[in-house]
Design a protein around this ligand. Structure first.
Ligand SMILES: Cc1cc2nc3c(=O)[nH]c(=O)nc-3n(C[C@H](O)[C@H](O)[C@H](O)COP(=O)(O)O)c2cc1C
Length: 195
């Protein structure tokens, strides 16, 4: 099947973040679709062919493991900034999703590619996830909240010291669609040099 600019443009411009409270909580997405979405993720550009992404997929009872790990780690590490509200959120949010994908960046040994470029490649992969989720008429969003930047969270997701946890991608069926998005005029974001 050939793609065309019109349909790709439509997909890109109508893709919206869909948050866990908007999911149809009891309805699972088949694992095969998630696998397909992840293969699409890996077709992102990658400098030096590092392919620095690593995904840990939580589903079924695995979601409870994630919920309990992240809420308890938060409780242990938050110190004076601890709130019961955030603790409960970390405990409950994963259970609303069909799948939660922990987004990891793994550094290759002896790579000459700057770290920021591996992070950029993973961000490109996440955009592929976003677009694929939209193409399947599913909902999802990338969150960098909670324990994302806790150093001692990494090993739970198979990540080592030089690697990074870049957040979580929640996926579910959509019960309540997001409202229309908005963006600034492209003129405010572009400088053309013609002469
Ligand atoms: C790197 C990154 C981190 C994000 N982290 C969060 C987050 O922690 N919580 C959240 O509600 N949304 C998060 N988002 C999603 C944004 O809120 C969302 O993209 C923004 O509201 C624009 O909406 P749209 O995706 O529908 O265009 C994140 C997006 C990116 C790119």
């Amino acid at each position: 099947m050939q793609h065309n600019a019109e349909s790709i443009t439509h997909l890109i411009r109508t893709r919206r973040s869909v948050f866990p409270d908007q999911f149809d909580a009891g309805k699972p997405v088949p694992d095969e679709i998630i696998e397909d979405i992840l293969v699409n993720a890996t077709w992102a550009p990658t400098h030096g062919h590092n392919e620095p992404w690593h995904f840990t997929v939580f589903t079924g009872k695995g979601l409870k493991q994630l919920a309990s790990f992240q809420s308890e780690l938060y409780k242990k590490e938050a110190g004076t900034s601890f709130t019961e509200k955030k603790y409960l959120k970390l405990q409950q949010q994963p259970l609303k999703a069909s799948h939660v994908i922990a987004i990891g960046m793994k550094r290759a040994m002896h790579t000459r590619i700057p770290e920021v470029e591996d992070i950029e490649a993973v961000a490109c992969a996440v955009q592929n996830i976003y677009l694929s989720v939209a193409a399947y008429h599913l909902g999802g969003y990338w969150t960098t909240g909670g324990i994302t930047y806790y150093e001692n969270a990494k090993s739970f997701f198979g990540l080592k010291e030089a690697d990074r946890l870049l957040g979580f991608f929640y996926i579910g069926h959509v019960a309540v669609p997001s409202s229309q998005g908005k963006r600034a005029d492209i003129k405010e974001k572009t400088t053309w040099i013609r002469e």
